[in-house]
Design a protein around this ligand. Structure first.
Ligand code: SF4
Length: 494
C-alpha cells in the first residue's frame, strides 16, 4: 500500500428513527478519521459496509450494536430514565457509543465524547454557573471522558477568557467583522471565501463602494449599541492597494464610534501583501492589532501549499510592521502541513522565537471539502500529513518560552490527528474578537462578501444567522438586498 493511502473502509450507522444522528456520526468519524461514514435508516439497503453500527431507540432503552465483516460483534444498552431531558439522553448515548468504539479500536479520544468545535464554551458555562475549577475538571473527565491534559487546557483557557471578557458588555455591546475577500494567490488548503486579487482588480473599486454602503447602513442600524471590537479579515485585507485600504478604514472610523474600542484588528496575514505604504495607511487609523502569518518557516512547504512568498519575506514583513510601530502582532502557524514533521516544525518555532510576536495562533491542518488540498488529494498521497501530541506540545512550549499563555481554543471538523487550534498570547495581547467569536457572547455583525452575521440575543441563549452572498460580483450587484437582510435580522432579534 502507498504511504498515506487509506484502506477502503465504509462504515454504516443505522438508526431505527431520526434522533441524534449527527452526534453519533461525529463520534464515529473521530474514531475512524478519513473513513467514509454513512447514515442510514431502518432496513434501507445501503452500500456494502465493512462495519455497521446500529442505534435502536425503544420505549425504555437504547441499544447500540457493532458488527464488522470479520463477524466481530459488540453491544451496549442504556436503560432510559424518565427524569432525563434531551441533553442528558444525548450525553448518555454518546458515552455508550464512545465505550463501544473504544473497545473496538483500542483508542481513546483526547476530547472524549465532545465532538463540537467549542469545548471551552461548555467550561465557561460551568464557570458562570458557579462550579469550581476542580468540580468542572471532574465533570469533564467523568461525564465526557476528556483526557486530563485537555481538561486542564480547557479549564485554564476558560478562566483566562472570562478575565479578558470582564469589561465586554454582552447585553448592549457588539462586534464588527469586515471581510475583504482577496488574496495575492490562493493557498492550497484555503477554505475561506477568497479570490486572487488579479482576477478582481478591475472591480475592486466597486467592491469598496458596496462595502462602504453596507458600513454606513449597519452603523445606522446599530447606533444604540456599543461597539466593542472590530476585526477586518477575509481574505487578506492588506491585499488591497493602500488607497482602497485607507478608504475602507476611514469609512469605518467615520461611521462608527471607535474611541472606546477594546480592540481593532486588521489581518495582514500574507507577507507578500505588505508594503510600508500599506502598513502606514493602517497605522493612521485606530488599529491596535495586526496578524502577519508565516504558517511555516520552511520555503519548500510554502511552495507546496501555494503561498507564493518566502520565509525571508515573512521575516522582512514582520520587521517592517514593528518598524511602523505595531506593538501587538499575532503570527499564525499550521502544523500537519504536507511533508512537515517534527524537524520542520522545530525549525519554524526557532525562527518565530527570534521574531518574538505578541501572540501565536497554532492551527492544526483541517482539510475542508472546499480546499484544493482535498480536491487534489490523489496528488498528495505520497506526502505525509503528520501531526501528533509531541508536535502540539512543542508549539505550546515555544509559546510558553516567549512568555505567552493559552487564551482561546477551538476544534475543527476533519482536523489532522483530532487536535485543536490554540491561541497563545502575552499578557494584555490576547485577541478579544477571537474569544468572542468562539464563546458567542454578543452579536457579531459581518459585512462584505461571505460575511456571516451572528445575532446573539435572549441573554446569550439564542443565535440567528444572517448570511451575505460569497461571490464578489453578486455582492456588488445585490448590496441593497444584503443590507435589507441585515435590517430585518437586526430589527427582529436585537
Ligand atoms: S491567506 Fe488565508 S484567506 Fe488567503 S488564500 Fe491563504 S488561506 Fe485563504
Amino acid at each position: 500500500m502507498k504511504r498515506g493511502t487509506i484502506p477502503l473502509c465504509k462504515i454504516g450507522v443505522r438508526f431505527n428513527e431520526k434522533n441524534f444522528e449527527y452526534d453519533v456520526y461525529s463520534l464515529v468519524k473521530e474514531f475512524y478519521p478519513g473513513t467514509d461514514v454513512q447514515i442510514c435508516y431502518g432496513q434501507e439497503k445501503g452500500e456494502e459496509f465493512t462495519q455497521e453500527i446500529s442505534v435502536c431507540y425503544w420505549e425504555n432503552s437504547i441499544q447500540i450494536e457493532y458488527q464488522d465483516k470479520g463477524q466481530s460483534k459488540d453491544r451496549e444498552e442504556i436503560a432510559l430514565d424518565c427524569a432525563w431531558d434531551r441533553k442528558t439522553t444525548k450525553d448518555k448515548l454518546k458515552q455508550a457509543v464512545y465505550c463501544l468504539l473504544k473497545r473496538q479500536t483500542g483508542k481513546s479520544q483526547p476530547w472524549g465524547t465532545l465532538t463540537g468545535i467549542r469545548p471551552t464554551k461548555l467550561v465557561m458555562g460551568m464557570l458562570e454557573s458557579g462550579m469550581s475549577n476542580s468540580e468542572i475538571a471532574q465533570f469533564m473527565r467523568e461525564e465526557y471522558y476528556v483526557s486530563p491534559q485537555k481538561t486542564a487546557l480547557s479549564v485554564t483557557i476558560a478562566n483566562r477568557e472570562r478575565e479578558i471578557l470582564k469589561d465586554i458588555d454582552y447585553e448592549n455591546g457588539y462586534s464588527l467583522y469586515i471581510g475583504i475577500p482577496f488574496c495575492p494567490s490562493i493557498c492550497l488548503y484555503c477554505s475561506f471565501s477568497s479570490y486572487p486579487y488579479k482576477q478582481w482588480e478591475k472591480r475592486a473599486g466597486e467592491y469598496v463602494q458596496a462595502l462602504k454602503r453596507e458600513i454606513w447602513a449597519v452603523a445606522g442600524m446599530m447606533k444604540n449599541r456599543k461597539l466593542d471590537t472590530v476585526y477586518m479579515g477575509g481574505g487578506t485585507p492588506t491585499t488591497l492597494p493602500p488607497e482602497y485600504l485607507d478608504e475602507v478604514l476611514t469609512c469605518i472610523e467615520e461611521a462608527f464610534p471607535c474611541e472606546s474600542l477594546h480592540e481593532y484588528t486588521v489581518e495582514a496575514g500574507r507577507p507578500d501583501s505588505l508594503t510600508r505604504e500599506k502598513l502606514e495607511a493602517v497605522r493612521r487609523h485606530p488599529v491596535s492589532r495586526i496578524s502577519v502569518n508565516p504558517q511555516t518557516m520552511n520555503d519548500k512547504t510554502l511552495e507546496v501549499i501555494g503561498r507564493r512568498h518566502t520565509v525571508r519575506e515573512t521575516i522582512d514583513a514582520f520587521k517592517l510592521a514593528r518598524d511602523c510601530g505595531f506593538d501587538n502582532i499575532n503570527m499564525d502557524l499550521i502544523v500537519g502541513l504536507p511533508g512537515e514533521g517534527k524537524e520542520e516544525v522545530a525549525h519554524t518555532l526557532e525562527e518565530i522565537q527570534k521574531l518574538s510576536p505578541d501572540s501565536l495562533t497554532v492551527h492544526s491542518l483541517a482539510v475542508k471539502r472546499a480546499a484544493r488540498l482535498n480536491m487534489f488529494r490523489e496528488q498528495y498521497q505520497e506526502m505525509t500529513f503528520e501531526n501528533n501530541q509531541e508536535i502540539m506540545d512543542m508549539t505550546a512550549w515555544c509559546a510558553y518560552e516567549m512568555g505567552m499563555g493559552p487564551y482561546y481554543l477551538y476544534r475543527q471538523k476533519n482536523m489532522a490527528g483530532n487536535f485543536e487550534n490554540v491561541g497563545y498570547a502575552k499578557v494584555d495581547k490576547a485577541g478579544i474578537y477571537n474569544i468572542l467569536i468562539m464563546e458567542e457572547k454578543q452579536p457579531i455583525i459581518a459585512l462584505g462578501a461571505g460575511g456571516s452575521t451572528k445575532l446573539v440575543f435572549d441573554h446569550g441563549r439564542r443565535i440567528e444567522r444572517v448570511e451575505n452572498v460569497k461571490d464578489v460580483a453578486n455582492y456588488i450587484e445585490r448590496i441593497d438586498e444584503m443590507i435589507e437582510r441585515k435590517r430585518i435580522g437586526i430589527t427582529t432579534y436585537l
